[in-house]
Design a protein around this ligand. Structure first.
Ligand code: GDP
Ligand code: MN
Length: 387
């Protein structure tokens, strides 16, 4: 579960990390009132679950009320890489002497927590890691012992923090580790961790992901999943109780059973396609359920073609075919569908589909064949009607 910047900062503050005073608002009027309250200059910051807000124009300094109003007006409603800005964070602006980087995450391959620190903050850290890896200190922590202050000091010095702020950076690292550990976060990142001209170390940004499976241990964090900022289709899926995940390609994937859906993603990727989303329809095969699933998949405009992958076991392929035919009587999909029916009663299922002659629906027998067809269709190429 990803948190917005200001929510992450609230967790930071709870564990003694320094952050600037600010307010979260959802209207221009409240933004101006908040700016007046925290005192100028202020920073007006888009709260969306995506990085690079600064570059996209979603982070602006305002010297007075007129500027605060102007920036709030421009940023509210802004589309940042597909994320619409509905909330602003207004904080008192900081003077910056240096921008550092700090993060804590679980390194699964090393099976240990990993603390990273760099004095090259404020920029894309992946680029630092790639071009100047010597400028990114990576330190694995003994999970049972935790991050000691001595270790933190060593990380800060090794990373090249200015000598007079090594202690301040070490404090920040220990606090960040504490956030990560005690809040059951999967990632706690600060970019930039700034040094002010007064030599104070402060978190200017936050990126925190909490482990959703551990939320039951943190009732105080349960309200942080901000429905406003969630993907609206994912929210709808959650409400309807289906497993739906949005990705960034152009092929919709629908299957019955988590394992089958996962392997469908792999096969489509292997055929050169990019999934736009995937949905696990579970065991059901009735028309209502299929219609719901298809509706959800198509709610994503990026979808150019859909692969419906069914392996019949207890779920019979002829029932699925009937469900599909009934569903398609209602929805007139605007994009082509490839339906792969295999397993119990598959021959009958494919025969029903063929007889129904649904426009834009192609039947396939194997997963590979289906994947190749859907990739061609998504690319706008015609294919045969299948087997
Ligand atoms: P991101 O672009 O989504 O990572 O958003 P950040 O919160 O990291 O802000 C982007 C950049 O805006 C930072 O790296 C800073 O350079 C700048 N910035 C943000 N807050 C302040 C501030 O209080 N004062 C100053 N001078 N610059 C800021
Ligand atoms: Mn940042």
């Amino acid at each position: 579960m990803d948190l917005l910047e200001y929510q992450g900062k609230q967790l930071f503050a709870r564990h003694g990390l320094r952050v600037s005073d600010g307010k979260a608002v959802t209207s221009v009027q409240d933004a101006v009132a908040a700016a007046n309250e925290v005192g100028y200059p202020v920073v007006v910051k888009a709260q969306v679950l995506i990085g690079g807000r600064g570059k996209a124009g979603g982070v602006k300094l305002a010297a007075d009320e007129a500027e605060a109003r102007e920036h709030a007006t421009n940023i509210l409603g802004m589309d940042i890489k597909g994320h619409i800005v509905r909330t602003l964070w207004i904080e008192h602006a900081s003077d910056i002497a240096s921008e550092y980087y700090a993060s804590v995450l679980l390194d699964r391959s090393a099976k240990r927590p990993l603390v990273m620190f760099s004095v090259e903050g404020g920029v894309d850290i992946e680029e630092v890691a790639e071009k100047t890896p010597e400028k990114l200190v990576r330190h694995h922590v003994d999970a049972l012992a935790g991050l000691s202050r001595e270790e933190a000091v060593e990380i800060a010095s090794k990373g090249g923090a200015d000598a007079d702020v090594v202690d301040g950076v070490a404090d920040a690292l220990v606090a960040l580790y504490e956030v990560w550990l005690s809040e059951d976060a999967t990632l706690a990142e600060i970019n930039p961790l700034i040094v002010t001209p007064q030599r104070e170390v402060r978190a200017l940004d936050s990126k925190v992901s909490l482990d959703g499976n551990a939320l039951y241990r943190h009732p105080e964090n349960q309200g942080l999943s901000d429905a406003e900022n969630e993907d609206p289709i994912e929210r709808r899926a959650k409400e309807e109780g289906v497993q739906y995940v949005k990705l960034d390609g152009d092929i919709g994937i629908l299957g019955n059973g988590a394992g089958l859906v996962m392997s469908t993603l792999d096969v489509v990727a292997q055929a050169g396609g990019k999934p736009a989303n995937f949905l696990d329809a579970g065991g059901g095969s009735d028309a209502e359920k299929i219609k719901e699933a298809v509706d959800l998949l198509l709610a994503n405009d990026a979808v150019k073609a859909v692969l419906f992958n069914i392996f019949g076991g207890i779920t019979r392929c002829d029932e699925v075919a009937r469900g599909l035919i009934a569903a398609f009587a209602d929805i007139k999909p605007s994009v082509p569908f490839v339906v792969r029916l295999d397993g119990t009663n598959d021959v009958e299922g494919r025969r029903l589909l063929q007889e129904a002659a649904l426009p834009n629906v192609h039947a396939a027998k194997t997963m590979n064949e289906a994947a190749e067809m859907v990739v061609e269709l998504a690319a706008g190429q015609p294919v045969g009607t299948g087997s």
